[in-house]
Design a protein around this ligand. Structure first.
Ligand code: KG4
Ligand code: ZN
Length: 338
């Protein structure tokens, strides 16, 4: 399958993304439309708004991806589409569009798992991870550790028991009045704060490779409220306190991710670790993972920042690899919610 152009479609959350990737490696285009501004005033994603916007934009986004790659649809070898996990209406929009194009143009269709797509985004780097490796996917909807033997041999080692890490960033930001999405806002505030000022911690889990972020979020909530009572008449906490809360929360959340990921590497006796998903765009996270990995003799791989958050290039790339390995999807492919 040389010079195979794959059209990727990703609509699992608020983004509408289409991409053309050649041979699983070369990104010829990656066009993403986001409905984020329409969700901001609600402090989170409203599924109804997300999928209505996706319905309106998907055809144009796919056309632009083809035009930017200098291709027509006839030249694509495969249509690779996210089939889950994600929001039902959003997934169905992408799936229906992909099926229609596949049927109309007689191009094979392949459904791809969104989390496995995130892992694949590290394969666009010059230096690729080598199999087998441990992968942490840390995003707004998931925090999961996988053991990856090949693109079609991926086993779940553990996952969050409650909130996803990105969700905790978003909720903590909401508590502190920093807006949505919370991750980038908390990272910015943390730069001005002292990470050792407040002792937050993630709750223990029964299974060693599971995560829990709901307790730490509640801890921040009570701490922030207690502090606020010290400033009668104030509706907001003073800036320096907000920065210290952000830095301390961020540090504790990242410490939990680092400790469990490296312990999974030791357990699986692998020295290769991939860290992917929206939260992997965080600079402090990248710094702490790199330091700990180096000390533990582990090679740590991150996707480039632009491919940490949701994008169709990762779906096209993984689709190419799976198709080469003989994986196929039927026309009655369904959305998988988790
Ligand atoms: O992977 P993604 O784009 O969507 C999902 O599949 O969920 O991840 C979005 C999540 C959001 O929760 C957002 O707050 C978080 O990633 N995020 C960050 C940063 N950038 C995005 N979290 C911490 N630091 C960041 N710089
Ligand atoms: Zn994602």
């Amino acid at each position: 399958m040389a010079n195979a152009f794959v059209l990727g479609i990703e609509t699992s959350c608020d983004e509408t993304s289409a991409s053309i990737v050649a041979d699983g490696k070369k990104i010829l285009s990656n066009v993403t439309a986001s409905s984020l501004t329409y969700h901001k005033k609600y402090g989170g994603i409203v599924p109804e708004i997300a999928f209505r916007m996706q319905l309106e934009t998907i055809a144009e986004v796919a056309d632009r991806a083809l035009a930017e790659a200098g291709l027509t649809i006839e030249k694509t070898r495969l249509i690779s589409v996210t089939d889950g996990p994600g929001l039902l209406g959003s997934l169905l929009t992408g799936l229906s569009f992909a099926k229609a194009v596949s049927l109309g143009r007689r191009i094979p269709l392949l459904g791809v798992n969104h989390l496995q797509g995130h892992i694949y985004s590290s394969f666009f780097n010059k230096v690729e991870p080598g199999f087998p490796f441990v992968a942490l996917v840390v995003s707004g909807g998931h925090t999961s550790l996988f053991y990856v033997r090949d693109f079609d041999r991926i086993a779940l080692l553990g996952a969050t028991r409650d909130d996803a890490c990105g969700e905790a960033f978003d909720k903590v930001a909401k508590i502190l009045g920093l807006g949505y999405p919370g991750g980038p806002a908390i990272e910015r505030q943390s730069k001005k704060g002292d990470p050792s000022r407040i002792q937050f911690g993630c709750s223990n889990t029964k299974e060693p490779f599971d995560f829990s972020f709901s307790g730490i979020k509640t801890g921040v909530f009570y701490y922030a409220n207690t502090q606020l009572r010290k400033y009668p008449g104030n509706r907001k906490l003073p800036g320096p306190i907000v920065s210290d809360i952000c830095a301390s929360f961020q540090e504790a959340a990242i410490d939990s991710l680092v400790a469990k990921s490296l312990s999974a590497c030791a357990h699986k006796r692998t020295s290769q670790l991939v860290v992917a998903g929206g939260v992997a765009a965080n600079n402090r996270l990248r710094e702490k993972f790199s330091q700990a990995a180096k000390a533990g003799g582990v090679d740590c791989y991150f996707p480039s920042r632009q491919f940490c958050t949701d994008n169709a290039a990762m779906i096209a790339g993984l689709g190419y690899q799976l198709f080469r390995r003989g994986v196929r999807s039927p026309m009655n492919l369904c959305a998988v919610l988790d």
